[in-house]
Design a protein around this ligand. Structure first.
Ligand SMILES: NC(=O)c1ccc[n+]([C@@H]2O[C@H](COP(=O)([O-])OP(=O)(O)OC[C@H]3O[C@@H](n4cnc5c(N)ncnc54)[C@H](OP(=O)(O)O)[C@@H]3O)[C@@H](O)[C@H]2O)c1
Length: 309
């Protein structure tokens, strides 16, 4: 089958013919229809996951997937052949991925049915970024009327985060460059926009002199952002927390991991199917164009989808 792989730590993504995978016990074999790029895929291709996760080269890239169940491994019983499914390739070893014609995934983790009303391309761009955004918004426990600053609002996680935060009744201040990116985040629901290139501090203080109630940190300098939060406020970050990064500050900081648990995937899919949450795909690539998609990832607004068949 065709797949986009990295062949060694730091080796650039290339399209290759690789052996078809076989489902192990408790696994599903999925014929992949669509996937999407995430910052994680760039980290793996760049060799940055070395030492953090076991790699079995060639590593097939792509964490997201959507497609059709083709076969079931021994003992797998939660899904049936022909089911339309999506999710996150939630394996601890880096070997298989969604940038391929077939992928095997454990049926118990990171897989859910695509609901009626949602197409496979949308589903393939939902997993990692949608789950990270959902977990981040939950971590700041936003209440209606509060003000939330979202740094990195233009990216994959941020574009879901803006929508999920505004759906909770909060007022969102989003970071974006002027022009197309600003229009993009306003369209998702941001009520105010600050240009991160010229520095967010003064702009946020001008909008909200007393500070914001919470920050979602998906990019930028977290300590600068923490200075903009009211005493007792909250910060959630997908970039991890350094030891003592916020020591001595009157705020609750949470490092978020996108856990591919099935209830969260189902919840996300349901709100997309009801057209209450949009999968903001702005670029679409065929499988053989994925190496170019990696090169174009910086500067992509929202999600870059990969359509395999
Ligand atoms: N912990 C987890 O489970 C988890 C899950 C998913 C993602 N993540 C992490 O979360 C982060 C965001 O992921 P993503 O997929 O959304 O990445 P992304 O699509 O690259 O989004 C990052 C966005 O931030 C913008 N940006 C760059 N520098 C900025 C700055 N100084 N201030 C404000 N915005 C800035 C970028 O805009 P430009 O295009 O203008 O540069 C881009 O739109 C990544 O670091 C990723 O590794 C973690």
């Amino acid at each position: 089958m065709r797949a986009v792989v990295t062949e060694a730590y730091g080796s650039p993504p290339v399209l290759r013919d690789v052996p078809e995978p076989k489902p192990g016990p408790g696994e599903l074999l999925v014929r992949v229809r669509a996937s999407s790029l995430n910052a994680f895929d760039l980290s793996v291709a760049g060799g940055m996951a070395k030492g953090m996760m076991e790699h079995r080269f060639p590593v097939i890239l792509g964490r997201d997937f959507a497609g059709t169940v083709e076969a079931l491994g021994e003992g797998a019983k939660l899904f049936a052949a022909g089911d339309a499914v999506f999710g996150v390739v939630a394996k601890t070893v880096l070997a298989e991925g969604g940038f391929a014609e077939l992928v095997t995934v454990p049926e118990a983790t990171g897989v859910a049915l695509i609901p009626r009303g949602m197409d496979a391309v949308q589903a393939g761009a939902l997993g990692v970024a949608g789950l990270a955004a959902l977990a981040s918004v939950s971590a700041i426990e936003p209440r209606a009327g509060q003000v939330v600053l979202i740094s990195g609002a233009t990216g994959g996680v941020g574009s879901f985060g803006v929508q999920l935060a505004t759906r909770r009744g909060t007022q969102v201040i989003a970071t974006a460059r002027p022009g197309e990116a600003e229009d993009f985040v306003r369209d998702l629901g941001a009520s105010d926009v600050v240009d991160y290139v010229t520095g967010v501090g003064l702009q946020v203080r001008a909008l909200r002199p007393g500070g914001v109630d919470a920050v979602l940190h998906f990019a930028g300098d977290a300590t600068v952002l923490a200075d903009l939060i009211v005493p007792g406020g909250r910060l959630a970050t997908t970039l991890g927390l350094g030891h003592d990064q916020f020591a001595g500050r009157d705020l609750t900081a949470v490092a978020v991991m996108a856990e591919p648990a099935e209830p969260a995937l189902n919840g996300l899919a349901a709100v997309v199917a009801q057209r209450l949450l949009r999968v903001p795909i702005t670029r679409t690539y065929a499988l053989d164009e994925v190496p170019r998609a990696f090169a174009e990832f910086a500067g992509t607004l929202g999600k870059a989808a990969v359509v395999i068949v």
